[in-house]
Ligand binder design. Structure first.
Ligand code: GMT
Length: 378
């Protein structure tokens, strides 16, 4: 380890998604704190675009390799190879892998190749949940968790689930996700809101990657119940396999005229900043970063009581929690908030307080910096 600030390599998913957001926002903060930071990935992480200065963070693209003999490319080996180059060339002290597979696996491989770098792994959920239901990656995921020099999880729920699924008894430090409350804040300009909704409409929003785990059809079901009682509009942000099904259901339920599918909308903070309610209906969610981003914009949340969501959304304080799939109860909670201006105001302010007092970068980033120091010092 160097005597100056350790140099960090970051491996993460680079497309839209909470883990890539956390990895990128953290990498930027860590670079601002004086560390040399090197992102290694198949593409530039989507929130890193336009944020690089002369002193980094740096981005190294993992090379693709196709050869007729091999049925499939080897992305994990390519990542380990590029990471090894970066470690040797730049003297990387610590690799922060977001997800056990494939990133921690690739980082452990690079650690054996180079004989340098320590590996810290942050678990975000899907790798653990995936193995919980589908054992195809049991050995590789457990190995990545056991052999990392340090492991963190984004919620207590995920740490407990990891221990249960893999039977590992190693330390897993819980470091919650964070939100930049300067960027994610209420927008009061009625002109911005008018671009998306009529003044009398309640504006409901959902942001996800539309995977089956998100139960986006429940979002549409809840919205249809809300819209049958009060003027309302639904904004669906993101893209993924269940989008067509959600669209079809909105048509069947007669709310397609009041539902907009905005796709992968980069300016998510603007839409959250003018919204009245965030819906998160997932069957499983290790944290729910999108909900926290909404809360930072004073938006109360109606969500399923799943995974780590209750560590963020407090029932009756900054939103309401319902059992997974209970769309009637979710609509009931939503209408309660939307029909009562005083409750709406209180919950919106409580949501903002949750974001600024519990999940602010000034509280969370130092926990990562301390974990980096501890891991490098061994
Ligand atoms: O939710 C997703 O499908 C995306 C996934 C990701 O890798 O970006 O999100 C996971 O990590 C986020 C950041 O830590 C968490 O906020 C999400 O709750 C978690 N998703 C699940 O557990 C399903």
């Amino acid at each position: 380890a160097s005597s100056t600030a350790p140099k960090i390599a970051v491996l993460c998913h680079t497309g839209a998604g909470g883990s890539g957001v956390v990895a990128t926002e953290l990498g930027l903060k860590v670079a601002a704190a004086g560390h040399e930071v090197h992102f290694v990935g198949a593409a530039m992480p989507f929130r890193l675009t336009g944020c690089q200065g002369l002193r980094g963070p740096y981005f190294h693209q993992v090379g693709g390799f196709a050869y007729a003999l091999f049925e499939q490319p080897f992305p994990e080996l390519s990542a380990a190879n590029t990471l090894s180059e970066v470690i040797l060339e730049h003297g990387v002290d610590l690799t922060h892998a977001h997800y056990a597979i494939p990133h921690a696996s690739a980082a452990l491989h690079a650690r054996s190749i180079t004989g340098k770098t320590r590996v810290m792994t942050t678990l975000h959920g899907t790798d653990v949940t995936l193995v919980g239901t589908e054992p195809a990656f049991r050995h590789t995921t457990r190995h990545a968790i056991e052999r990392s020099d340090h492991v963190t999880a984004v919620s207590h729920s995920l740490a407990a689930e990891t221990r249960a699924v893999f039977g590992v008894d190693r330390d897993i430090e819980v470091i919650h996700n964070f939100v930049d409350s300067d960027r994610f804040r209420r927008i009061t300009d009625p002109g911005v809101r008018a671009r998306f909704a009529h003044p009398e409409e309640a504006l409901i929003v959902h942001v996800s990657n539309f995977r089956p785990i998100k139960r986006v059809e429940d979002v549409v079901q809840v919205f249809a119940r809300i819209a049958s009682e009060i003027p309302a509009r639904l904004l669906m942000i993101g893209d993924g396999p269940e989008r067509a099904r959600a669209f079809e259901l909105a048509r069947e339920l007669g709310v397609i005229g009041r539902t907009q599918f905005l796709g992968s909308f980069p300016d998510v903070q603007t839409v959250l900043g003018i919204s009245d309610l965030f819906l998160l209906t997932s069957s499983h969610e290790s944290f729910g970063l999108a909900a926290l981003e909404a809360m930072s914009c004073e938006v109360p949340v109606v969500a399923s009581n799943a995974g780590g969501i209750p560590e963020v959304v407090e029932h009756g304080v900054n939103g309401f929690l319902s059992q997974v799939g209970d769309v009637d109860d979710m609509a009931h909670g939503a209408l309660k908030i939307l029909r009562d201006p005083e409750l709406y105001r209180q919950m919106g302010q409580a949501a903002r307080r949750t974001a600024t007092e519990r999940f602010h970068p000034r509280l969370i980033v130092p926990q990562y910096l301390a974990a980096y120091r501890k891991t490098v010092e061994g």
